[in-house]
Design a protein around this ligand. Structure first.
Ligand SMILES: *Cc1c(COP(=O)(O)O)cnc(C)c1O
Length: 225
């Protein structure tokens, strides 16, 4: 069997997403697939765009900004999904119109000084390990309120990564419950950015509006540098 190309994998995963959506009575058009291209070079992103990908995700500013600079001719929306330091926040907002990893007050304060607006998701930490990205559930309400009083950020919803060692269905049920805390304050923040290569079917069943899929489409990532 010939090796699947990136284009083949994109088509196959897109078909699987459509099937998984229909299986739970959802319209696949309500789901945005963000292809996470971290550690992969610009030509791979170009190939994906030629295959019809319109949303790409990155997790490291230096790498992402260099790649973006090579690809400004493409019709792509760039999403930032990685841990974000406040001193990089404004620079990231130069090329990413969506940030999925808002998780602390200092980052929001920096984004408040932008001259344009961006879309944001609050990342929730489901692990209880403060070293991981994401706001702790205890601080979720306060961060939501801070973002709501920041005109440069349009709050779209919440984002989370299912922890290792917990069935994704259980993790996603917790996210939905925490999402309700946000919705009580921000009724239009209906977005749910959950679902990666290993758990996007469960995420679709749990109501995901945004999937962040890397390796299932890009293939194995080259080693981190
Ligand atoms: C890398 C990454 C993904 C994609 O992971 P895969 O398992 O390769 O699909 C999704 N979300 C975040 C936050 C990531 O860092």
């Amino acid at each position: 069997m010939a090796t699947e190309s990136v284009t083949d994998r994109w088509r196959r995963v897109s078909d699987e997403i459509a099937e998984a959506s229909q299986a739970v009575g959802r319209d696949p058009d309500d789901i945005t697939t963000v292809v996470v291209t971290k550690f992969h070079p610009a030509p791979l992103v170009r190939e994906l765009e030629a295959a019809g990908v319109r949303h790409v995700g990155e997790s490291r500013h230096q790498e992402a900004s260099a790649k973006y600079a090579e690809l400004t001719d493409l019709d792509l929306t760039w999403h930032f999904v990685g841990q974000l330091q406040s001193n990089k926040a404004r620079a990231v907002a130069d090329y990413c119109s969506v940030i999925h990893s808002l998780d602390r007050s200092s980052v929001v304060a920096k984004l408040a000084t932008l001259e344009h607006s961006i879309d944001g998701f609050i990342e929730i930490n489901l692990t209880g390990d403060p070293g991981r990205g994401g706001v702790s559930p205890d601080d979720l309400g306060a961060l939501t309120e801070q973002i709501l009083s920041t005109p440069t950020i349009t709050l779209r919803g919440v984002m989370a990564v299912a922890p290792q060692g917990e069935p994704p269905v259980d993790a996603f049920a917790r996210v939905r419950q925490l999402h309700n805390t946000v919705l009580a304050l921000a009724p239009s923040a209906t977005g749910l950015s959950i679902g990666m290569s290993g758990d996007y079917r469960e995420a679709i069943a749990a109501g995901a509006t945004h999937l962040r899929i890397g390796t299932a489409i890009t293939g194995k990532r080259p080693a981190a540098t």
